[in-house]
Design a protein around this ligand. Structure first.
Ligand SMILES: [Zn+2]
Length: 206
């Protein structure tokens, strides 16, 4: 059953257009989504708690950005990191720092997973993972905001990447298992889809 009172993200389509996608580095079509948090009672939204934001997703690569990217100069937009990349990084940092022992192998696998996900040569993720530890935030805050925009294969890739980081030290700790289940829940994946995503993660594909 849904908790009595909770914050809930709602999504609504707001049309699309074309923009210069930084990840594709090309002119692409995008789909816009209005996202907003609501205070929900027993899973039913009562009233919005924040102004609506518009996010756009590249129809080709799936990268998600704030709508302001559509009016930016392509050269400046190149340095903007996508919302889904930042969300993945936050989730993986949450996994790495879920127990007191932060293993270098976990940080390396997390960095590789983000790089693999974005197809980019270098992200400097290791530095940011260290910073995140000093400011621990909810690792799922960013990803919850994207859950209604990401397609199923992207959502599974997130779980696969998190699972890979969990298994980096050849052990699945109870805090890590809990984080994986929470992640699946935030991404609206059922137990079967989570299991499949874990298998993908094990196979080294994400
Ligand atoms: Zn793209």
């Amino acid at each position: 059953m849904a908790p009595l009172l909770q914050s809930q993200w709602r999504f609504r389509p707001v049309g699309g257009g074309t923009f210069h996608c930084p990840r594709c580095d090309r002119e692409r079509d995008y789909t816009g989504t209005g996202v907003r948090t609501y205070l929900a009672l027993f899973g039913r939204p009562l009233f919005p708690t924040r102004a609506e934001q518009t996010l756009v997703a590249c129809d080709e690569c799936g990268a998600i950005y704030d709508v302001e990217i559509t009016t930016m100069d392509p050269a400046a937009a190149r340095d903007v990191r996508s919302e889904d990349e930042l969300a993945l990084e936050a989730v993986l940092a949450g996994v790495v720092f879920s127990d007191s022992a932060v293993r270098p192998v976990e940080k390396r696998v997390a960095r590789d997973a983000v790089r693999h996900y974005t197809h980019r040569p270098e992200t400097g993720g290791g530095e940011r993972l260290t910073v995140k530890r000093r400011n621990p935030a909810d690792p799922f805050e960013r990803i919850a905001r994207l859950a209604g925009i990401l397609d199923e294969s992207s959502r599974r890739r997130f779980v696969a990447a998190a699972y890979r980081v969990c298994g980096a030290d050849r052990e699945l700790h109870s805090q890590e298992a809990r984080l994986l289940m929470q992640l699946g829940e935030v991404l609206n994946l059922g137990p079967r889809e989570i299991r499949e995503a874990m298998r993908e993660g094990m196979g080294g594909e994400s």
